[in-house]
Design a protein around this ligand. Structure first.
Ligand code: V47
Length: 359
């Protein structure tokens, strides 16, 4: 087993570290060392440039057939629920169309909606807005739709792509290790299915994102195992655009007895992701979950991407206890980035720089 110094040298020589080395580093290295390594790797890959995008999150429903223990989002009662029609969705886009390049559509897994309803949502958006990037439906929704329609994952993804789907978000990954997964979300898409759906998506030109839900009952081994599964898949399929660590928020769910982790843990998570995931170019801070302050600091801990302008109607994190307004103007987000001594660069949904092409 290498010493901390030897692992550090290996990383600085741009050599891939093993899961054992990552675990040792994550458990033993001070935050300052993790941060410094993550920062150096990030600057090598992305200079001092930080991406942001202009997007709108739409959550078509919060009715959900699954009741994950960490989830504050799904409707607990009928009165607490909503379901949008295609017209409602198009109206939400219309109100914002001059300010966005991407729409992100994810919600609960509705008990009655089948594949045709999901295809109709995508089709409606695509027909009205041919150039808008549609990032929609996590592997949770896709797996359930496929099973309900008695279709393969491949055919389900193909139908959604034909309807106009461009990419899929990273939700539903949570923690892949079965010891944790069976306790926090035993009902929905399993680890093998999540990975298979993303692999198939990549094989037909649908890019995707990956996430982890950290800061609850998982331990360091589970985190490294999760990152390793993603690194292995990315080696093969190369289709992940970015990795997004999502911090568990404890309000209004069945795991509310767990205290949220500190900013130090947030930054460690960002840094180890940047260090271990050597085949991911982009590590994204989803500021509506992390909060503006921690998201800004994370830009020094390996993060090169801030999502996004978003919109205050998104409910996933406000229902989980996030008090901050879930929307930033371009001025606010670029000021936040330049305030950290970085250069803000708008990106499109496939990570091409818009207006500038310095990286
Ligand atoms: O899978 C649910 C998480 C995810 C809670 O791909 C919670 O660009 C914290 O995946 N506390 C859905 N987290 C959101 C998601 C996402 C968000 C932004 C951008 C992208 C992208 C993807 O939200 C779920 C789960 O991991 N989540 N409940 C909670 N109480």
């Amino acid at each position: 087993m290498l010493t901390l110094k030897e692992i550090e040298n290996k990383i600085l020589q741009a050599k891939r570290i093993t899961t054992e080395e990552a675990l040792y580093l994550y458990q033993k290295a001070p935050l300052s060392l993790l941060g410094s390594l993550a920062h150096q790797i990030n600057v090598q890959k992305n200079k001092e440039i930080v991406f942001y995008n202009k997007n709108l999150h739409i959550e078509p429903t919060n009715l959900c057939v699954f009741h994950c223990k960490f989830c504050s989002y799904y409707a607990k009662t009928k009165d607490d629920s909503w379901e949008y029609s295609s017209e409602d969705i198009l109206k939400q886009i219309e109100n914002k169309i001059n300010d966005i390049t991407e729409v992100h559509v994810v919600g609960g897994v509705h008990p009655q909606w089948g594949l045709s309803r999901y295809v109709e949502i995508i089709n409606g958006i695509r027909n009205k807005y041919p150039k808008l990037h549609i990032k929609a439906f996590s592997a949770v929704e896709i797996a359930f739709l496929a099973k309900r329609a008695k279709l393969s994952f491949f055919d389900t993804l193909t139908s959604l792509k034909e309807a106009g789907l461009d990419s899929i978000p990273g939700g539903g990954a949570e923690i892949f290790h079965s010891e944790v997964r069976k306790k926090i979300c035993p009902e929905k898409v399993n680890t093998e299915e999540w990975l298979e759906i993303h692999k198939l998506a990549h094989s037909i030109g649908i890019a995707s994102n990956a996430t982890i839900l950290y800061g609850h009952i998982e331990n360091a081994e589970h985190i490294i195992d999760h990152l390793n599964k993603l690194r292995e898949l990315q080696d093969k399929s190369k289709g992940f655009n970015c990795f997004i660590p999502l911090k568990f928020k404890s309000t209004n769910n069945e795991m509310s007895y767990i205290e949220e982790v500190s900013v130090v843990e947030d930054l460690k998570m960002m840094a180890i992701s940047r260090i271990f995931l050597d085949n991911f170019k982009n590590i994204k801070a989803y500021w509506p979950m992390l909060g503006r302050e921690t998201a800004a600091i994370s830009l020094h801990f390996g993060v090169n991407d801030l999502d996004g302008t978003v919109n205050d109607s998104t409910k996933i994190y406000s229902r989980a206890g996030q008090k901050e307004k879930q929307e930033m103007t371009v001025e606010e987000i670029t000021k936040m980035i330049s305030g950290e001594g970085k250069e803000a660069c708008e990106r499109d949904s496939l990570y091409n720089a818009i207006g500038q092409s310095t990286i």
